[in-house]
Design a protein around this ligand. Structure first.
Ligand SMILES: *Cc1c(COP(=O)(O)O)cnc(C)c1O
Length: 455
């Protein structure tokens, strides 16, 4: 067999024509979203007040395995997809490991991450429904950037509530969004009732993702022709991100490569869910077996230390309840530098797969994550996002284990984005000032004691 190229590129015509909905192959379906007032499953009608209609259909669809990708979305995908699957030959050599390491690189677009894959889909369905605009929140800024790009492409208004601490610390991210035409408001703000309430209760707060979600939902509900969109956590987002896994599988199949393990970082679960979906499908249908590994920060250990229960998706408690692994909607993770992984909950499909033992999870500390990031940057030439570097850490650890045992395992991991806007974090690491924060059992128990009571 010919030597496997450094970068496996699919041809344009090999790009997926449909997203894969892993829920269709799950015997134990993820639990439904509940109305927080009645504790009954949210109906399509109720959800349509907040979300676009077609996206509601996708959210509630547990049975259609393949959902066609509209041509307009595929045309946009073609500007930056198919993304390469890269064989990390240099890293393998450096580690002196018999393992083969591949990464799927999603940082090749201006937003710098995989989030554009769902942003363009959500903007498309909003436009098709005849809406004027969308609202959303952004933490570290990747999602807001991706959505701004998608909205400008379809000429939609885009209002972003950005967690105040990021708004202040990441002025360049903010300006990218504004360049693409979005309006950006630091959250909590005085623009919404929930923002005013949170500011009154916590004067001087620098905000949180859960709080910005509450504001964005309210902002959509009081404006005619607006809906709220979300960049992670929901099943529709995981569905759109399946394009990552489908391309990865097609590229591996093209060269007859069988992965032993697939690794991804997990914030709300969308990139990991999208990456592993086709492989989960094979596993659930009994066609193949893989180790599937979620990597989360030790500062926000949702899967490894959280509880599988119904919880609020936001701090203001205006969103539906989701059954998921959660640290409690009141859990405020310490200020970690992987903003995209600081969410208290986890996508409900991934939560069910984890509960069923289909997927594993590990947590890693941020200094060891940045050590891996630096090592990777120096040898593979890509400056990785701190979030993505969680997956790098575990991929390197697994490759080093292979070195000890002599096993020639094939490792695939998701490199979700680039870290150019995270240089403050890199500076902290380079100056030896980065610290690890690990919540105590008491911190977690306190947040979990406030879970809503759902029978
Ligand atoms: C947002 C983000 C993540 C985490 O989000 P998921 O929904 O868990 O995928 C990971 N990496 C990057 C670069 C991100 O921007």
């Amino acid at each position: 067999m010919e030597k496997i190229p450094y970068k496996i590129y699919l041809e344009e015509k090999e790009m997926p024509k449909a997203w894969y909905n892993v829920r269709a192959d799950m015997k134990n379906k993820p639990a439904p979203l509940l109305n927080p007032a009645t504790l009954q499953p949210m109906t399509a009608e109720e959800l349509s007040g907040v979300f676009c209609e077609e996206l509601v259909r996708q959210e509630l669809d547990d049975s259609t395995a393949y959902i066609p990708i509209p041509d307009e979305i595929r045309d946009f995908y073609k500007m930056y997809r198919p993304s390469p699957l890269v064989r990390a030959y240099c890293l393998e050599k450096k580690l002196d490991t018999p393992a083969r390491i591949y990464y799927k690189f999603e940082g090749n677009n201006t937003s710098g991450s995989h989030k554009l894959n769902s942003a363009i889909a959500q903007a498309y369905y909003a436009k098709k429904q005849g809406l004027r605009g969308v609202t959303t929140e952004t933490g570290a800024g990747q999602w807001g950037t991706a959505l701004s790009m998608a909205c400008s492409y379809f000429d939609l208004d885009c209002r972003v509530y950005m967690v105040k601490v990021s708004y202040e610390q990441k002025p360049f991210r903010r300006e990218v969004m504004r360049t693409y035409g979005a309006s950006v408001t630091p959250s909590p703000s005085m623009e919404t009732e929930v923002g005013k309430r949170i500011l009154a209760a916590h004067p001087g707060t620098t905000g949180s993702l859960g709080c910005a979600i509450s504001e964005a939902v309210e902002a959509a509900s009081v404006r005619e022709g607006y809906r709220y969109v979300l960049g992670s956590v929901l099943n529709q987002v995981l569905l759109h991100q399946s394009v990552i896994g489908l391309e990865t599988k097609a590229a591996l199949d093209k060269y007859d490569i069988r992965p032993d393990m697939i690794i991804g970082c997990a914030g709300g679960g969308s990139n990991l869910g999208g990456l592993i979906s086709p492989f989960v499908g094979e596993k659930l249908r009994g066609e193949a077996d893989y180790r599937l590994i979620a990597v989360e920060p030790a500062s926000c250990p949702t899967l490894t230390r959280g509880k599988y229960a119904y919880d609020f998706c936001d701090t203001g408690m205006v969103c539906p309840l989701a059954k998921m692994y959660t640290l409690g909607s009141g859990f405020i993770p310490s200020s970690s530098h992987a903003g995209g992984l600081r969410y208290h909950g986890m996508n409900s499909t991934l939560s069910q797969l984890y509960a069923d033992g289909v997927m594993e999870a590990v947590s890693v500390e941020q200094t060891s994550v940045f050590e891996a990031a630096q090592q990777f940057a120096r040898i593979e030439g890509i400056l990785p996002a701190p979030e993505s570097s969680h997956a790098i850490r575990v991929a390197i650890d697994e490759a080093l284990r292979c070195k000890e045992t002599g096993e020639e395992k094939t490792i695939v991991f998701g490199l979700t984005g680039t870290g150019y806007f995270d240089m403050v974090a890199y500076a902290k690491y380079n100056d030896g000032e980065m610290q690890d924060f690990i919540p105590s059992d008491a911190d977690i128990a306190a947040a979990l004691s406030k879970l809503p009571e759902v029978e």
